[in-house]
Design a protein around this ligand. Sequence first.
Ligand code: APR
Length: 181
Amino acid sequence: MQVILGNITQLKVDAIVNAANTSLLGGGGVDGAIHKAAGPELVDECRSLRGCKTGDAKLTKGYRLPARFIIHTVGPVWQGGDCGEPELLAQCYRKCMEIAIEQKFESIAFPCISTGIYKYPKDLAGEIAVKICYEQMQKNGAPQNITFCCFDWDNHEVYERIVAVLRLKNDSQDENVFSSD
Ligand code: APR
């Protein structure tokens, strides 16, 4: 597991995750950046998928991206936390990891889903992201390389802290489970 500060569209991994909306037809934020970098063929494939529910995830090719595939997931809009947001966000990460495992991907990179336009508090979202990915990785032994690609220093700090705590807890078992910049 590693935490980086960067642009997810530039990562050469098996799959990057897109924080999309239910239409899957593009938008702003990381979604807009991914569609722009992948090229117009992406929206054609997305159209054939007929949308995606909040908490679900769907796979497309990566087209002009360095990443081979894109896993599109739809995070919840933050409404105060009592409208099932934590469960839905956890489901996003779980579904993405399930697809990665099913496809035998060795590397996957996540943006900080829901923490931009959808306004999910960064610390709460980060806890869920790391917990679910770690659980899935432990359970399935894959994908071996998980990158949390933060686009802002606030998220980077949040993820560094969460991963550092987890690393401390795991130090006695396996010192190489986590790494960070
Ligand atoms: N690489 C990595 N992370 C990025 C990039 C990028 N190129 N661009 C933005 N981000 C980060 C944001 O800083 C934020 O931390 O991705 C995180 C998620 O933010 P959004 O893209 O706004 O996604 P989200 O909050 O899930 O809202 C989804 O936004 O773009 C629309 O169509 C999308 O309607 C949907 C909504």
